[in-house]
Design a binder for this molecule. Structure first.
Ligand code: SAH
Ligand code: SF4
Length: 346
């Protein structure tokens, strides 16, 4: 059964054929304005609620729920109908409320330092499954208003391209979120970045760079062998030219791997030539990658050196580190626990 958020307004109209026309507005308002589940839309008759209840899936099922930073960061693992798990993080900042959504269950890109990459790919998410995460977070955020959506959870959004674009369009049109407040983070699928640039959406693009020489990047991000730094540079330049928007590079700082003085030079030159912003993230440890993140002192030095070289660089605060909030980590812990139960029961 699909999520009601799988449906466009036209598709819902067809589903409500035979009902008075205002029913469509009531259902639409319940779903999108009030973020209600179908069985909570009490403005429509009980019989219709029951019929829609049979048509649609009930919503996301929480498999794990944790919080940190005194409740300002919350993270959920959801178990989908087929047993696949995904994760969603809600971050309350002073000036904004951001939800981080998954675009795939797992990821096929195999980045060595990433828990999702280590666990592998399960399947693509549907439009409804991504929007359900946003609506869940929107409800949980109340009375605050959800202001930003970032595609930085599990999966590579540009490897689920059509779904990502459709979700962005609907969040923009149906929720009224400005495209600028929607951020797609990609590992660097060059042709998809160029295609995205032509969509005419003023969204924010983040590219996970992590290394500015091909030898190191090949090791950290296997996709680099297909789209090496030179090709990625072309795609980034095209993005900037076509959209008139800047982009940012994500850089997870890994001790002695990409936090060296040489790395600073290479990154400054690569990012500088594109006028890109650099977001530094201290590496979150994962079970499958036993190299340490850089010490806080080195993180600061790294940033200062970039700034000195004229690059706009900031350190992203590691919200939710204590709850495994980095990409895929909580879902992998939840699954490991689940798998271990029968073993212990023996
Ligand atoms: N697949 C997309 C979006 C999801 S990953 C991408 O790679 O951009 C979101 C971000 O988390 C990426 O920048 C990714 O490199 C980063 N990330 C993954 N594992 C991490 C870890 N262990 N520590 C710090 N950042 C990590
Ligand atoms: Fe996939 Fe992004 Fe993790 Fe790489 S960092 S494995 S692209 S989710």
């Amino acid at each position: 059964m699909p999520s009601p958020y799988e449906y466009t307004r036209d598709e819902l109209t067809r589903l409500l054929v035979g009902e008075p026309r205002y029913r469509l507005d009531q259902v639409w308002e319940g779903l999108w304005t009030r973020a209600q589940r179908v069985d909570e839309i009490t403005t429509i008759p009980k019989t219709l609620r029951a019929r829609l209840g049979e048509e649609f899936a009930a919503g996301l099922v929480v498999a794990n729920d944790v919080q940190s930073d005194r409740g300002s960061t919350r993270k959920w693992v959801f178990r989908l109908v087929d047993g696949a798990t995904i994760e969603t993080v809600l971050m309350n900042y002073e000036d904004r409320v951001t939800v981080c959504v998954s675009s795939q269950a797992g990821c096929a890109m195999g980045c060595t330092f990433c828990a999702t990459g280590q666990a592998g790919f399960s399947r693509q998410l549907s439009v409804g499954e991504v929007i359900e995460q946003v609506m869940f977070a929107l409800r949980e955020a109340q009375p605050r208003r959800l202001s930003n959506v970032v595609f930085m959870g599990m999966g590579e959004p540009l490897a689920n391209y059509n779904v990502t674009i459709e979700v962005i369009r609907r969040l923009h049109e149906n929720l009224g979120l400005s495209a600028r407040r929607l951020t797609v983070s990609t590992v660097g699928v060059a042709p998809a970045i160029e295609r995205l640039a032509r969509e005419g959406l003023a969204l924010t693009l983040a590219v996970s760079l992590h290394a500015a020489n091909n030898v190191t990047r090949d090791q950290l991000v296997p996709l680099n062998r297909r789209y090496p730094l030179e090709r990625l540079h072309e795609a980034c330049a095209y993005w900037i030219e076509e959209t008139g928007r800047r982009l940012s590079f994500e850089w997870a700082l890994i001790e002695a791997v990409n936090d060296t003085d040489e790395a600073i030079e290479q990154l400054a030159s690569y990012a500088g030539s594109l006028g890109a912003h650099v977001n530094l993230i201290p590496l979150n440890p994962t079970a499958g990658y036993l190299v340490r993140g850089s010490e806080p002192e080195r993180v600061r030095e790294f940033r200062d050196a970039l700034v000195e070289l004229g690059v706009n660089a900031t350190v992203r605060n590691t919200r939710g580190r204590s709850i495994d909030a980095a990409c895929g980590q909580l879902a992998s812990v939840t699954n490991a626990r689940r798998r271990s139960i029968p073993v212990r029961a023996l």
